[in-house]
Write a protein that binds this ligand. Structure first.
Ligand code: AMP
Length: 602
């Protein structure tokens, strides 16, 4: 089974057989090492004429050893000027043999800056490959009949670069492709909303109509999905505030005046008919729910599961999603990025917190930088030299990783990225045949150090989760959170921003503040706090709706709602988001932990 065999398109012509997909995946993963060698060979052969590869003097060699000794590890910064040349229309092969015709824009939510990434048909093809693989395994456990999906998906604006290349988000590039529609149909879950609803510049209008279509087709809805769990939660939070208007539209068969885009109005007019019976039923159900518990189950009686990425920075939304879901299972989706897909969730019955991703050995060439005491350095942010033994990191191959170890992922894809440090940390938790099963841990270097602290995005998430239990006791919920490392004070300190569903007493918030400070377990942080090399943590409470403003800000920059991830640490370069945060603080608390009477210090 090799990468040279029939293409995805050819397979699709023959129709989709989930059992055959599983059989192929099993064969590929049993032979992962050889498949990786072949995949690398194909990538290097196809792109042998690219200037980037010529520069590293591979001289036609395609084996892994020559590749890793000739071509250096690189970050997006290294590729940026080359991608810019491509976007500007350079007439010679820079990164790939075949010309790149489309550029993907990453969400930009991690670092506050959107990245350009080359995109081509091969990436669409690998996307379909991963969709079909995880679907095949999912379908064994949760078979679905012919029906529809309520998919909260949005196409962003596409624009032409200076060189005339089409640019848009990765999801937009995929949703616009014919392969996507065909694959969704084959999986028996075409989106219940018409294209006019998906591809609109105003996501508020789009979301309203997704909800409306979902209710109209409620008996046919088998799956509720979006790329990330955040977007599903956001959609049902929105439902809470627009449900009466939705019911009115259904009762009267008229579309709310909030929908102003003519193409959506025309498309919705084809679907919307007066249906007082349905409107009354939904109205009654909404009134009968206690705090919207089980909303999704009530709205969609035939839904088999809720599907989206629920791991990593999406975990904080699981509690709310479970609340809305009632008895409907949550199934965590696959692992990938604008730079390409990596692994499929082939164990769909695992709870989302335990989800793992089996790497598809034929969709890219993968290397892994071990993170245990390697001094592997930072791909982008550059930790202080003194804290690291500067050694060139030595990645290991896909099948050489060790169970229990953490690694940074390095990708070589079919669209011109070579030994590209993705910046994600994963843990190997086992093997599926001979391909590793990865657990997503966090993005690397999200929180810059103040002293000798090494807190990660995951550490922040865990501390916030622990402290937010104090809110739950008050029947309040944490809507969302982020942080800032404030170096303007001496010593520097962490600032945590919380949006909460209601008001708690000062005592409760003060306790939450102390709790976040105390539950960071990183030894560097704890010792620095004890000797005052890091100042007391600050908790700032935000006005309701602040994170909606942050989302609107990113969407205004061209990010789509379905690719949005709340930035967990906002750097100074991300001035507009910091400004939104600062402008919306209503209360602030300074930690009194690590002071006199603190249980940790005494
Ligand atoms: P983007 O830059 O918008 O393409 O987002 C890609 C990033 O989203 C990845 O590099 C990961 O950090 C994160 N991501 C993607 N898939 C998953 C997943 N299954 N679990 C956790 N994080 C993920």
């Amino acid at each position: 089974m090799g990468v040279d065999q029939e293409t995805m398109l050819e397979k699709m012509e023959k129709g989709f057989d989930p059992e055959q997909v599983i059989e192929e995946f099993e064969a590929l993963t049993k032979d992962a090492k050889r498949v990786q060698v072949e995949t690398l060979k194909k990538i290097l052969k196809d792109n042998g004429e690219a200037e980037y590869l010529k520069k590293w003097c591979l001289d036609g060699k395609t084996d892994p050893e020559s590749y890793s000794s000739c071509v250096p590890l690189a970050t997006h910064k290294d590729f940026e000027p080359l991608i810019q040349q491509i976007a500007d229309g350079a007439p010679y092969p820079i990164l790939t043999g075949k010309p790149i015709t489309t550029i993907t824009l990453s969400s930009g939510t991690t670092e506050g800056k959107r990245k350009f990434v080359p995109f081509n048909d091969e990436l669409t093809e690998t996307t379909m490959q991963i969709y079909r693989t995880s679907f095949a395994y999912r379908n064994r456990e949760y078979p679905i009949g012919n029906g529809k999906a309520l998919s909260f998906i949005y196409g962003s604006k596409q624009f032409k670069t200076k060189g005339g290349l089409l640019a848009g988000t990765a999801t937009t590039n995929v949703y616009r492709s014919e392969q996507f529609k065909k694959t969704m149909k084959e999986m028996q879950t075409p989106c219940c909303s018409p294209d006019e609803v998906i591809f609109v510049p105003d996501f508020h209008q789009s979301l309203y109509c997704h909800l409306l279509c979902g209710i109209i087709f409620r008996d046919e809805i088998q799956v509720i999905s979006s790329t990330f769990a955040h977007s599903i939660v956001h959609s049902f939070r929105t439902f809470e505030s627009v449900w009466e208007e939705l019911c009115f539209d259904i009762k009267t068969g008229t579309l709310s005046t909030r929908i102003t885009v003519p193409t959506i109005r025309t498309a919705m007019a084809r679907i919307l008919r007066p249906n007082p019976e349905l409107a009354d039923k939904i109205h009654e159900k909404c009134l009968s729910l206690s705090n919207w518990y089980g909303l999704i189950e009530e709205l969609f009686p035939n839904a088999k599961y809720i599907y989206g990425i629920m791991t990593g920075s999406m975990e904080p939304y699981l509690k709310k999603l479970r609340h809305y879901a009632g008895g409907i299972p949550l199934l965590s989706a696959d692992y990938g990025s604008s730079e390409g897909w990596i692994g499929a969730n082939v164990n769909p019955t695992r709870p989302p917190e335990m989800a793992t991703f089996a790497v598809l050995p034929h969709i890219g060439y993968f290397e892994f930088i071990p993170l245990r005491d390697t001094g592997a350095g930072s791909p982008d942010h550059g930790e202080p030299e003194s804290q690291l033994i500067r050694v060139e990191p030595r990645p290991v191959g896909l099948t050489d990783v060790e169970v229990g170890e953490e690694y940074e992922v390095v990708v070589t894809n079919f669209a011109g990225l070579y030994r590209y440090r993705l910046g994600d940390v994963v843990k190997v938790v086992g093997f599926h045949n001979s391909t590793p099963e990865l657990q997503f841990i966090c993005r690397r270097n999200i929180m810059p150090p103040i002293n000798i602290d090494k807190n990660t995005e995951k550490d922040l998430q865990l501390s916030v989760e622990a402290a937010s239990k104090l809110l739950a006791a008050e029947k309040l919920e944490l809507v969302d959170f982020t942080s800032q490392v404030d170096l303007s004070s001496d010593p520097g300190h962490y600032v945590i921003f919380w949006e909460v569903s209601g008001n708690a007493t000062d005592e409760v918030f003060q306790e939450c503040c102390n709790c976040v400070d105390l539950t960071f377990i990183d030894a560097g942080y704890v010792s620095s706090r004890k000797v005052q090399a890091i100042g007391p943590l600050e908790l700032r409470i935000l006005k309701r709706g602040t994170f909606q403003k942050i989302l609107d800000h990113y969407v205004g920059l061209g990010c789509t709602l379905n690719q949005f991830k709340t930035p967990r640490c906002v750097g100074l370069v991300n001035r507009p988001v910091l400004q939104i945060l600062y402008d919306n603080v209503v209360k602030s608390y300074v930690s009194s932990a690590f002071g006199k009477g603190c249980r940790v210090c005494e």
